[in-house]
Design a protein around this ligand. Structure first.
Ligand code: GLC
Length: 665
């Protein structure tokens, strides 16, 4: 099993390979970029060489392929990408080399949207940047936008051309223009990169199907069921309901590995040509101006019989090597891992192994997301406190992205160990959460739908928009104004945690207007088989027009979230990259944690998962506060007196200590 930490022998070999490469690299780089930029590139190669050469040796060196030859080939591509990199992007690289924590700043607030659903196409998105600025957004994640297959394409996650933008959305030039516009406003652009599979109609797959051996070895294709059966003994199913199994029989081709849908063919990353081809895509997207690449389905890249074929050590080597190569060509570019995996597997994607090795810069904190929904249903934060408290910290140079909803379903990734430690039966709790959010549990306020029920494991994931899961759909349908207010309060309270727990908060399109489930989600036949479209509604610009009217639901939520972003930007303690320290607030209904920064006041965030008002004692929830406590952000009705912090039902507050008098507004 490849080790993440290079042995002394690997270090020696890597140094020798580097030394042999350097003169040629220096000549080419200095010649093309001049002495200052050229030397910078050389320095970056030296800096990253071990994170590049160590993994490459572990993954791809064979009797026929030497490390020197492989490194020479890949580094050659990287140098050309660095030379081709537009001047404006190189300037951004220089800024980010000075400020490598650029993505950790408290001003970072993300917005996640489908370009077409948000604004028609990429130029439409450019017209809406003022809207995003109003919300305090500084980081825009557009859902997959490279050319997908026709018909059902899993929301763009089945790509036929990695070099072209989906023609319905625009062109590469439009993407470059959007990136430039964002950069002018101090915003950054995140784009999806589907690494694990291509569409069955991708030219590589078509060549493979036509029998070209070079392309057949881009995929995992078996002549009969022997191997698939062997793998399936330990493989979990991702889409058990709509795409059961992990292999698809293709007439005249064989059994193709398809982890997701039958039209998504898994690439074989043990083939170095796949690595090289994807490296080209990564470098090209970087040079088009993309700041952050969301590496879709990263845990699935490597397969080994007898395992669940997720989170294999080789996956981390692949990500490290890619990261190192991009770090040489485009040091301003960051990687975001989409690894929706068990809590104990998560932090490794940020490079936290037995030792730290730079890997992805960002990763989704799906634990926090799941635990917020769990706490909302139970009105009890014990499980959240236990599970979050046990999570390993993100390495200081990295950050989580925190979120409440995304385009995917919610899977109840609660570990058995954490559940038992919180006094819960794990299977029963997961079943309760599914019932609650499907709206079938007695007294549930939520209106979601079960996604991919798996009778074998009892798993039932949940689709639904944040607002509908928070109770707004049911309350409005019942014309119940008290419940409507409660649902709005829940939504804002949940986002107050997303905006203050350690990481970059991501706001999912439509949540800022409390958009409910899309009743017409199945109208498009290409969507009808996938109820995740329930929570992928088209943007409702008529509703958005009322965003400043605080007499409306949308106005309350929009202005509340815009205020959160504004306050967040001013609090050093809310920088990402530092751990949130969980508190025992003295009341299990109240989640509390401390955020710190050496140069600013500490901040305590409190969130009440409670149907009733709660008072939590100051000595528990504001420990060590000697000066005045001042709420820089608070839901209506929050009050701090000498003894307690009073939170209304579903209330929240961010409290700082003002003994130095500097932070009082
Ligand atoms: C990721 C995406 C999901 C997609 C899958 C296959 O998990 O978030 O939407 O279905 O990858 O690409």
């Amino acid at each position: 099993m490849p080790d993440q930490t290079p042995s002394p022998e690997t270090r020696t070999r890597a140094r020798a390979v580097l030394d042999a490469l350097l003169p040629g690299v220096r000549d080419r780089a200095v010649d093309a970029l001049g002495p200052v930029e050229g030397e910078g590139l050389v320095a970056r190669l030296e800096h990253h060489h071990l994170d590049l050469l160590g993994p490459l040796e572990g993954l791809y060196v064979t009797d026929d392929v030497t490390l020197a030859a492989l490194a020479g080939r890949l580094v050659g591509r990287v140098i050309e990408a660095a030379i081709d990199r537009p001047v404006a992007l190189r300037a951004l690289d220089r800024r980010r080399e000075v400020d490598p924590g650029w993505f950790q700043r408290a001003r970072m607030v993300g917005y996640v949207a489908y370009a077409d659903r948000f604004a028609g196409d990429l130029s439409g998105v450019r017209q809406r940047l003022d809207y995003l600025a109003e919300l305090g957004v500084t980081y825009l994640h557009l859902m997959p936008l490279l050319a997908p297959r026709e018909g059902d394409n899993d929301g763009g996650y089945a790509v036929v051309d990695y070099d072209a933008v989906d023609p319905r959305l625009g062109t590469m030039a439009d993407l470059e223009q959007l990136a430039a516009d964002l950069h002018d406003r101090g915003m950054s652009l995140c784009v999806d990169l589907v690494l694990n599979h291509t569409a069955a109609e991708h030219p590589w797959a078509l060549s493979a199907a036509a029998g070209d051996p070079a392309y057949r070895s881009f995929y995992r294709i078996f002549p009969d069921r022997t191997e698939p059966d062997r793998y399936e003994r330990t493989l979990p199913e991702v889409f058990p309901d709509t795409a059961p199994g992990s292999f698809t029989h293709v007439e005249g081709v064989g059994w193709v590995w398809t982890t997701f849908n039958s039209f998504q063919w898994d690439l074989d990353w043990s083939n170095v040509e796949v690595f090289a081809a994807m490296l080209d895509t990564v470098l090209a997207l970087a040079d088009h101006g993309v700041d952050v690449l969301r590496l879709d389905a990263a845990p699935f890249l490597w397969k080994r019989a007898g395992t669940d074929c997720q989170n294999r050590p080789e996956v981390h080597l692949i990500l490290r090597a890619l990261r190192a190569l991009v770090g040489v060509a485009a040091p301003g570019v960051a990687f975001k891992a989409e690894a929706i995996v068990a809590p104990q597997q998560l932090v490794q994607y940020l490079g936290a192994h037995e030792r730290f090795h730079p890997e992805c810069d960002l990763a989704y904190n799906n634990q926090l997301m799941v635990l917020l929904w769990s706490s909302l249903a139970t009105r009890d934060t014990t499980l959240a406190r236990v599970a979050l408290g046990r999570m390993r910290s993100a390495p200081t140079s990295t950050a989580w992205v925190t979120y409440l909803r995304c385009h995917d379903d919610i899977g109840w990734a609660v570990s058995d160990e954490d559940a038992w430690a919180s006094g819960l039966d794990p299977a029963a709790h997961r079943a309760f959460l599914s019932d609650f959010y499907a709206g079938v549990h007695p007294g549930s306020f939520a209106r979601g739908a079960v996604f991919q029920a798996n009778p074998r494991t009892g798993d039932r994931r949940i689709s639904g928009s944040a607002a509908s899961l928070c109770g707004l759909e049911a309350a409005l349908a019942a014309g119940d104004t008290v419940q409507t207010d409660a649902a709005v309060a829940r939504l804002l309270m949940m986002y107050s945690v997303v905006y203050s727990y350690s990481g970059i908060p991501l706001l999912y399109m439509g949540d800022e207007l409390a958009l409910r489930n899309d009743p017409r989600w199945a109208d498009d036949p290409a969507h009808a088989g996938d109820n995740r479209w329930l929570h992928r509604p088209p943007m409702d610009w008529a509703t958005a027009d009322r965003r400043t009217d605080v007499g409306t639901v949308e106005g309350t939520v929009f202005t509340g979230l815009a205020e959160m972003a504004r306050v967040r930007a001013g609090q050093l303690a809310l920088r990402a990259g530092d751990r949130a320290e969980l508190l025992d607030t003295g009341d299990d209904r109240v989640l509390g944690y401390v955020r710190r920064h050496p140069r600013g006041p500490r901040l305590v965030a409190l969130a009440a998962f409670s149907d009733d008002a709660v008072a939590v004692p100051r000595h528990r929830c504001l420990p060590g506060f000697v000066g005045d406590a001042h709420a820089v952000l608070a839901s209506p009705g929050v009050r701090i007196d000498d003894h307690d912090v009073h939170l209304p039902a579903w209330g929240y507050a961010w409290v700082v200590e003002t003994s130095d008098g500097l932070t009082r507004r």
